[in-house]
Write a protein that binds this ligand. Structure first.
Ligand code: GLY
Length: 430
């Protein structure tokens, strides 16, 4: 009998895990809660909302789930790992306290500044009037400045505002602190310097004692090709990043990953799971933009395509402190994932959905292409859109050029009403 695995969630990241775990000779059965028509190809979907953590734990007990794998940060913030562990259930991911490195951005910044982990300058405000006075001072002293204004709590990747003018900064503060568009997540607001440089995503598996790095990835966060367009959770990823070399990764490990894990441990937040620092690479070296306490989306979709090792062995090792015995194996070449989104994304929480999706079968005939589902559902047997992020088109190739050619050839075969995607994923790394 193989292992039984439970994946709470319904994103393309969860679909990529199900796809990869289904290839493991050690995995017998996979459940996704609630999953998508995409995960249904590899798993049994169970209609339990993932935020119903007690129901999920009871399900895990009834079905003798051997391992639960969590990616959603809201579930980590709700303490899913604490609940499962308290009931003797094995689960991959950090505790609620350890996940604060992501769920409380103000705390993360304070921890970085006291531990000397490189990051940009920042101020934290809980009062709107004080925040406004500060941004007025900033723009008066430094005309032409760019600031980032961020909700400190979780905001589905949409709580960061790039502000190139005082008016934009005031508008962002008003939205978050007075309009409360991100609700409690905006109780504290960070005003940060804009760190120049290219963005890199780092993923480090950790078991509380040791850690192991994935290859570097590069996400593209804004909805459009213009880097000043609105932020999303991620519109496309490439991995590895050709210009980010082994010695750069060694510096990231030394200056950021290892000190962060020891800082978390010494503050009573021993971290096991996937630590994902989002970095900016500057002339002074890497600086942390933010920490995530989980696998990224769409990073995971590209990683799962490139990973040769058995995923379940790695996740299991993180839960029982044996990561030091594991080695990561990767295919040669590159992987890319491109997000296909609904036309209204990322503006509304839930805009118009239910549009038929065509062309996935044809897209998957392109060499090296696999399409993962995020916001999809079956309506009378027809696959339709059901969210902002709809599909993740992934591709492999020997070179980055070939990978992106395959990915975009596949993207052009898929269609649904209002479909949007970025046309320059990976372009600056070519
Ligand atoms: N792709 C960025 C994230 O998962 O937060």
């Amino acid at each position: 009998m193989g292992l039984t695995v439970l994946i709470p969630g319904a994103g393309a990241r969860e679909n990529a895990w199900a796809w990869k775990l289904a290839q493991s000779p050690r995995v017998g059965k996979i459940y996704c809660a609630p999953g998508t028509p995409g995960t249904a190809q590899f798993a049994e979907n169970v209609q339990i909302p993932p935020t119903s953590i007690d129901r999920l734990a009871r399900f895990a007990e009834r079905r003798s789930i051997d391992l639960t794998v969590v990616g959603r940060e809201d579930l980590l913030g709700l303490g899913i790992v604490n609940t499962f562990r308290a009931r003797g259930l094995r689960i991959f991911g950090p505790t609620r306290a350890a996940a604060e490195i992501e769920t409380d951005k103000a705390l993360a910044k304070f921890m970085m500044s006291v531990s000397g982990i490189p990051t940009g300058t920042f101020r934290v405000f809980s009062r709107y009037d004080e925040a406004v006075v500060y941004v007025v001072e900033c723009f008066t002293h430094t005309p032409g400045l760019t600031l980032f204004i961020k909700a400190s709590g979780l905001a589905s990747g949409k709580g960061a505002y790039r502000c190139e003018t005082l008016e934009k900064a005031q508008e962002a503060l008003w939205k978050i602190m007075v309009g409360r568009v991100h609700q409690d997540a905006g109780d504290n607001v960070l005003v940060e310097e804009c760190i120049p440089g290219q963005e890199i995503s780092i993923h480090a598996l950790a078991d509380g004692k040791s850690s192991i790095l994935f290859p570097p990835a590069q996400d593209h966060k804004t909805i459009g090709e213009d880097e000043r367009s609105p932020m999303t959770g991620g519109m496309g990823v490439i991995t590895p990043v050709p210009w980010f070399k082994a010695h750069d990764m060694a510096a990231v490990d030394r200056q950021i990953v290892l000190p962060t894990l020891s800082m978390l441990a010494s503050s009573g937040r021993r971290f096991s799971g996937c630590l994902f620092p989002g970095l900016k690479i500057t002339n002074e070296g890497p600086k942390v933009l933010e920490f995530n306490a989980r696998f990224g989306d769409p990073e995971t979709q590209a990683y799962m395509r490139l990973l040769k090792s058995d995923l379940v062995e790695l996740l299991w090792a993180c839960t029982d402190g044996t990561l030091a015995t594991c080695k990561l194996g990767w295919r040669g070449g590159f992987a890319a994932s491109i997000t296909l989104a609904s036309g209204w994304y990322p503006y509304e929480q839930k805009g118009k959905c239910g549009f038929p999706i065509q062309g996935i079968k044809e897209a998957e005939k392109v060499p090296g292409v696999v399409v993962f589902h995020a916001g999809t559902k079956l309506i009378d047997g027809t696959l339709c859109t059901d969210g902002g992020r709809v599909l993740s088109v992934t591709a492999l190739g020997a070179s980055l050029r070939e990978t992106l050619d395959h990915a975009y050839e596949a993207v052009h075969l898929v269609s649904f009403k209002g479909m949007q995607y970025r046309k320059n994923i990976g372009a600056k790394a070519l």
